[in-house]
Design a protein around this ligand. Structure first.
Ligand code: CAA
Length: 701
């Protein structure tokens, strides 16, 4: 046997241990070894039952994603060929599941006759998150086993369920509390099946039962509304419908045809790019496993506003004590009350218990005294976005914090080096840009200052994982990766409204390609006054263009601050967003004042100007070394700004459109827009170089 499989006999049982570290991905070599091992066990007359398990590893994380797009996926034995063969073995086959059984891993468990799992194991069919559908029987076998609705939930949501839930659904036959007892319990379970003379197989070839006559129609309507343009969820629905209409072998053939189509789609390519970008993002030059980590047991947060409170909740949720500092007792009480309110609403929604709520609140300690921060291992400043204010906080932290404490700023735009410079320990200073709401959004921009020490960066990346964030490292510049790219993108959107588009038209084009929100809906949500303050601090940079964000500035001066004041780029009735003709009138007036000729603007122009300038800035960030890889830029935008993951992120989207088309578009508008075009629409040198060298992928730079 190959080292990928550990095969041994224990009396009448064959034990087959999968040993493909780290996650038992079912790559070609493992499939081959598994096929051989199962065939040996099936043909051995002394073997009466088989137990499959992960040898000190998770059961299996499914198909090897790195093989997708290469011929290896289909090389014999392919997963869709192998699993039906295992399903034919006329002996009980017990899957012993620890860790995860995901995708093809769960499909492997589904062709076993029985499944035993550790309570902590997670089971799922996350294929839609990779732009494909379960391609080795999952769409046909799962609905037959646990019912159409539960199976669809798992496949459309893509989120794993607990083994406990799997047991309730009939997916797991037996739960085991202790991980170390799994194999023994699974063997005991198999022996009991033999003793009971249970049939070796529980065949379910008949079609699954649709819950109601109009079930699929209703699901279709929901899908069209919630996931427009997304291929894989639609295919999941089609495949499950087939599970209700066709026999098993016909259903499997139908699933296979859909899977192959999905695998080749641009959406699957984009989502694979996202998957690998997440792992790559943690790989930072100069940092590896040997980089020491500083212990983080006590955290302090300066500022108990919306941001500070949300940041504190992340740590408390992970069981880490937090000291929360405010300047006045009123502000502190307000902040703590808001946190309790947030937890209260989680409790009402059944997300946490009353006991958990109290445990979390008990980990929070409010203070008005900086001296209480003396023993913190990590302090995160979350005060007003103003350089002097933040520098003052850091001067004080430098006085009171113990040596070696990590001092982090939650600035979203300011120069981390200028903040670090007011301390005597710039090597301990780092930027931690959380996104609002900080307790919900997973993205965390980790800003590496010029002096930030390697162990400080390594520690912050490690702590980000502990609090379940997705960290992306950025260098220092205005706005880091995300907000710096937002600036030219939103600038074009604002200018287009002065030139004749409406906010709703611009937002419609952006949501039309899958963005969660258009620019103007986003500004209304964030508060138009916030952007105004940021621009005030940069007035010399923008003084040459009187049209620059002029509409937003005007709305701000009129007290139209967005959703919170009931009016902004739109008008709000409750939570309903409505077009406001007054905004168009304001835009007309401003255009006249600025001498901008109004015209009818095409959707294509909106798309090209907003998105090409977004892409252009992302490329510039790469060229400057602020972002390390295009995947990092893409992760920031898909996780922080609602860019659709199934388009891969702005830079992956640029490759899809064609880098030459992006460059040609920028050059076209640079000419067509006269002085304005000359002022702002300058193509990034990296884009020009890539196109000149006929590169189609940014990684070829
Ligand atoms: N294929 C290839 N590599 C995989 C993999 C997979 N299915 N799952 C994880 N890996 C790799 C990761 O890329 C990572 O590699 P590096 O160390 O080189 O960066 C390594 O395994 C460890 O992964 P994580 O760092 O993510 O480890 P974790 O402990 O935090 O999480 C996990 C483990 C929960 C399994 C997580 O990796 C995960 O969710 N993986 C994806 C699972 C998945 O989507 N499976 C479905 C595959 S599609 C399919 O199966 C189609 C089908 O129906 C035939």
């Amino acid at each position: 046997m190959t080292p990928l499989i550990d095969y041994h006999r224990d009396q009448e049982l064959a034990l087959i241990g999968l040993a493909n570290a780290p996650v038992n991905a079912l790559g070609h070599a493992l499939r081959q070894a598994l096929a051989e091992a199962c065939s040996t066990a099936a043909n051995d007359p002394h073997v009466r039952a088989i137990v499959l398990y992960g040898l000190d590893l998770p059961f299996s994380a499914g198909a090897d994603i790195s093989e997708f797009g290469s011929p290896l996926t289909w090389q014999t034995p392919s997963l869709p060929d192998l699993l039906p063969e295992l399903a034919q073995i006329d002996k009980p086959l017990v899957a012993a599941i620890d860790g995860v059984a995901l995708g093809g891993g769960l499909e492997l468990a589904l062709v076993c006759s029985h499944r035993v799992a550790v309570t902590s194991a997670r089971l799922g069919l996350p294929e839609v998150t990779l732009g494909v559908i379960p391609g080795a029987g999952g769409t046909q076998r799962l609905p037959r086993l646990i019912g159409v609705e539960a199976a669809l939930d798992m496949m459309l949501g893509g989120q794993p369920i607990s083994a406990q839930r799997g047991h309730e659904l009939g997916l797991i036959d037996c739960l085991v509390e202790q991980r170390h007892a799994l194999l023994e319990s699974a063997c005991g379970f198999a022996r009991q099946l033999l003793a009971d003379q249970s049939p070796a197989r529980r065949h379910r070839p008949a079609p699954a039962q649709a819950p109601s006559a109009d079930f699929f129609q209703a699901q279709q309507a929901q899908l069209t509304a919630r996931k427009p343009g997304q291929l894989a969820p639609q295919m999941v629905l089609d495949a499950v419908r087939a599970a209700c209409e066709l026999n098993l072998s016909e259903g499997l053939a139908y699933e296979q045809a859909l899977f192959r189509k999905a695998l080749q789609s641009p959406q699957a390519l984009a989502l694979r790019h996202q998957f690998f970008a997440k792992n790559e993002a943690l790989k930072i030059p100069g940092i590896d496993r040997s980089t020491p980590l500083r212990p983080i047991n006590r955290v302090a947060v300066v500022g108990a506003g919306t941001m500070g409170g949300g940041i504190a909740m992340n740590f408390v949720n992970a069981g880490i004590a937090v000291t929360l500092l405010e300047l006045s007792p009123q502000a502190l009480d307000r902040g703590l009350a808001q946190i309790r309110k947030n937890y209260e609403s989680s409790r009402q929604r059944g997300k946490i218990t009353e006991a958990q709520l109290e445990q979390r609140m008990a980990l929070l300690h409010g203070t008005l005294d900086y001296a209480d921060l003396a023993d913190a291992d990590l302090v995160i400043e979350a005060v007003f976005e103003n350089l002097e204010v933040k520098q003052q906080v850091f001067r004080t932290l430098d006085e009171v914090c113990k040596p070696g404490a990590i001092l982090a700023s939650n600035t979203s735009t300011l120069d981390v080096d200028q903040i670090a410079a007011v301390t005597r320990r710039p090597q301990d200073v780092v930027g931690l840009h959380f996104f609002s709401p900080a307790n919900v959004m997973r993205l965390l921009e980790v800003v590496r200052g010029a002096a930030t020490a390697a162990d400080v960066l390594a520690t912050t990346l490690n702590i980000a994982k502990r609090i379940d964030k997705l960290p992306v490292v950025s260098g220092v510049c205005f706005g880091f990766i995300g907000n710096r790219m937002l600036e030219p993108y939103a600038r074009e959107a604002h200018r287009l409204v002065l030139e004749g588009a409406t906010p709703a038209q611009v937002d419609g084009v952006l949501t039309g390609i899958g963005l969660a929100m258009g620019v103007f809906a986003m500004y209304d949500l964030a508060g138009i006054d916030i952007g105004y303050q940021v621009r005030q601090a940069r007035s010399e940079y923008i003084a040459h263009d009187p049209s620059y964000f002029r509409l937003a500035d005007e709305l701000c001066s009129l007290g139209r601050h967005g959703q919170k004041s009931g009016r902004g780029f739109y008008r709000y009735e409750g939570r309903e967003r409505l077009d406001d003709p007054e905004v168009v009138e304001i835009a007309e007036r401003l255009a006249a004042e600025l001498g901008i000729e109004r015209r009818s603007i095409s959707d294509q122009e909106i798309h090209d100007r907003c998105l090409f300038m977004l892409i252009n800035e992302g490329l510039q960030l790469l060229d400057e070394g602020i972002a390390l890889r295009s995947g990092d830029v893409d992760l920031v935008w898909t996780n922080g700004y609602g860019f659709p993951a199934w388009r891969g992120g702005p830079l992956h989207y640029a490759e899809h459109l064609g880098l030459n088309a992006v460059l040609a578009g920028i050059e076209h508008y640079r000419e067509a827009l006269g002085a304005y075009g000359q002022m702002w629409l300058q193509s990034a040198p990296l884009l020009e170089r890539l196109v000149a060298r006929q590169h189609t992928l940014i990684a070829q730079r």
